[in-house]
Design a protein around this ligand. Sequence first.
Ligand code: GLN
Length: 488
Amino acid sequence: MELHQRTAHELGDLLANKELSSAELTASVLARVAEVEEQVSSYITLTPELAMEQARAVDQARADGKELGPLAGIPMGIKDNMSTTGTQTTCASSILKGYKPVYDATVVSRLRDAGGVFIGKTNLDEFAFGSSTENSAFGASKNPWDTERVPGGSSGGSAACVAAGEAVIAVGSDTGGSIRQPASLCGVVGVKPTYGRVSRYGLVAFASSLDQIGPLARDVKDAAIMMNAICGPDEMDNTCLPNSVPDMAADLTGDISGMKIGIVKELTSEGLEAGVEESFNNAVKVFEDAGAVCEVVSLPSVKYSLPVYYLIASSEASSNLSRFDAVRYGVRAEKYENILEMYTNSRGEGFGAETKRRVMLGTYALSAGYYDAYYGKALKVRTLIRRDFDAAFTKYDALISPTSPCVAFKMGEKTEDPLQMYLSDVCTVPANLAGLPAVSLPCGLSEGMPVGLQVIAPALEESRMLKIADAFERRFEGIGVPTVAEGV
Ligand code: GLN
């Protein structure tokens, strides 16, 4: 197998045994980027000099006999909504073009400390609003399995770079599915941790009661290794949980016999593409063959998740985005007569169409006279959704569904119809609303494109969730590698 298709844990072993240096590995990943980036467009900003410098530093530390963690020397991609000192952080928005943060997000500093090698900042939908990366002000990323199709979003660049061999592993953010849906569409593993498990300090806020950072990886074990590196308390984010973090890679034994798995009725009974349904049904058989008990369970309020999500997420986004006033950050309009015009012209020119749509929707939902009917009501239904999950977890160890009702769609297919785009989040948003951890992993192909399986666990039970996902992965024949990864 080629170097660029290997997992972080395999490469980590080669590095630890000094069969490979990080400089060699990084050079090979950069060569791969040079080969395929024009077709895939995973990155907004590439940082090859930084990457080589970090790789050499890890090699030197190893030569000096220093104790190094499993991610030391591993090339990775970082979603461009996480602050990186001295490296442009755009959120794929024109308004932040050229903005260089003066501090690192906690996740970024943890990855620097772990010896991560930063290949670049990956593409996304502007401010993470979207499901395809087509809302990026820097052009869309492409799906490595078929470059006429979208990679999903909003962490489409992070998913595409891992699938195409342009990074070994990546981090993304997930507010309503933005790690899991692109992972599903690109055939990689994506984890949204429990709300509060990972610090959001330095992550440009989209919807603060929903946002979480998590890994995109080539297998479950790699995702667990990345979770170990990024999870855990952080005094810089007061929504970050104080709980200690178990070694999430330690318990991947493959043994799930006797576990009870609920199939979420509301996410499986209608609206799925035939190929997605077939792969999902096969996945259920794999679990049963592994000795798990699978039953259909109804979570009645889950059917309201999509409207609830779009009200809450847009409301929080409209408030969070008020900081982009062209005073403290970003690009300022050239023409204005007074301060108000400066704001409106800068925001009018700097924000794309979807961002404006969210700001308008959110401002409306929060406005006097409408607040109770929209935002207030959405919060109440969110509580009902949470309670449905609580009730289900008294009976089941985990819940499953497909990650996305459809495989990767063609570029442009849903851009004219925002509602169609929003509908592709139907399976992922419930876990965000309930604050639960969820993982997507490949479970089949349909029309030659990857299908994703979602496993949702109770809060803070990422280890159990990853154990179930790994048990599936061990028994599943896999989906192979995308066309772009086969080599051009
Ligand atoms: N696709 C969803 C949205 O557009 C989720 C985005 C996200 O998780 N960042 O809001």
